[in-house]
Write a protein that binds this ligand. Structure first.
Ligand SMILES: NC(=O)C1=CN([C@@H]2O[C@H](COP(=O)(O)OP(=O)(O)OC[C@H]3O[C@@H](n4cnc5c(N)ncnc54)[C@H](O)[C@@H]3O)[C@@H](O)[C@H]2O)C=CC1
Ligand SMILES: O=C(CO)COP(=O)(O)O
Length: 330
């Protein structure tokens, strides 16, 4: 198959390398200088060091040539680039199937990726999301991982996992696109909280409680928006939550660890060098939860830390001071 990957950050590059094991892949970057550097060195030193490109992977700055013959396009920009990427594809009358890997809600609109896609794509173009526990560095090294491809079109999801499955990146199909998108978005917010929890050395009990109640928030949000709660028990739910909240390769967890040290959010984001999707998404999730009338206390706590400069110990006291309730209430 001919694939185009849009977005040459760490995840776009890792997926391009992995899928180039079996397919002809073109990796597109918006940055012409970065393309020149990648073509010369055969690697992406800025975003994914120590991962050489195979000969079946080419790199370009020319979007129309990247997608011209592609049968499938993977959009692997941050969430902030999803709409413009889809618009550009639509403008080129590109009919290739589209998978996005952007994890979040669109800033300002609260939209999930498939809702952005519904506004920017023709109805007849097959589409879905690739998500799950997958640090780019490990996938690029060829270490084993498993992720989900979700689509409202179950047949497209099944066909796609069959086409793209590799011996090191195992793919599962899902028909719960909403659930998978919500798992991807909200786990990043909970991972920021987990970073704070660990940074403050609140203990392993506290972290287990935080992740379990964070999972309850993910399930409550998914259920309110029409996703399946059982999706939260899968790769794109608890799987990605466990990885991101506890794995030190996570950028979202790192934001939390640095907040716990008292660093200022602007400085943290300036020095991170990569996107931390949980930051803009936290605000959108909280706004949406308010509209839906559901409680998301951990997400609210993360927003207070990120945007209101509220002292972390006061936030913790608020969380622990909530009145007792049935654990099963979602
Ligand atoms: N890095 C990882 O391990 C994983 C990342 N993801 C998700 O993949 C998405 C991309 O993440 P990373 O590659 O890690 O980010 P990154 O921060 O490593 O790189 C982002 C790349 O996107 C480019 N970019 C930014 N805005 C753009 C736009 N409007 N149009 C085109 N290109 C644009 C940047 O120039 C940069 O090359 C995020 O939504 C992230 O949550 C998902 C799974 C794993
Ligand atoms: O989504 C990821 C792993 O599945 C990557 O998480 P971070 O964006 O926090 O690094």
């Amino acid at each position: 198959m001919k694939l185009a990957v849009l977005g040459a950050g760490s995840w776009g590059t890792a997926l391009a390398i992995r899928f180039a094991d079996q397919h002809q892949v073109t990796l597109w970057s918006r940055d012409a200088d970065q393309v020149t550097e990648m073509q010369a060195s055969g690697a992406n030193s800025r975003y994914l060091a120590n991962a050489a490109f195979p000969s079946t992977l080419s790199v370009t700055h020319d979007l129309s040539s990247a997608v011209k013959e592609a049968e499938m396009v993977l959009i692997v920009t941050p969430m902030s680039g999803l709409r413009s990427s889809l618009k550009a594809l639509h403008g080129m009358d590109c009919k290739a199937a589209v998978l996005w890997a952007c994890k979040g809600l669109e800033a300002g609109t609260m939209l999930l990726p498939h809702q952005v896609a519904a506004q920017e794509m023709s109805d007849d173009v097959p589409r879905g999301m690739l998500s799950g526990p997958s640090f780019a560095q490990e996938v690029a090294q060829g270490l084993p991982a498993a992720v989900t491809i979700a689509s409202n079109n179950a047949q497209f999801a099944r066909l796609t996992v069959t086409e793209l499955n590799t011996s090191v990146l195992r793919l599962y199909a899902s028909d719960d696109l909403i659930g998978v998108e919500i798992g991807a978005a909200v786990k990043n917010v909970i991972a920021i909280a987990a970073g704070v929890c660990d940074g403050l050395k609140l203990g392993l009990n506290a972290r287990a409680a935080l992740l379990t109640r964070g999972l309850a928030e993910m399930a409550r949000f998914a259920s309110a928006l029409g996703g399946k709660t059982e999706t939260m028990m899968g790769l794109a739910g608890i799987g990605d939550l466990m990885l991101t909240a506890t794995g030190d390769l996570s950028r979202n967890r790192r934001v939390g660890l640095l907040l716990a040290q008292g660093l200022n959010l602007d400085d943290i984001l300036k020095n991170l060098g990569h996107v931390a999707e949980g930051v803009p998404t936290a605000r959108e999730v909280l706004r949406q939860a308010a509209e839906l009338g559901i409680e998301m206390p951990i997400t609210a706590a993360v927003c207070k830390m990120l945007f209101d400069n509220m002292p972390v110990h006061d936030i913790l006291a608020d969380l622990m001071g909530r009145s007792p309730k049935m654990e099963s209430d979602i």
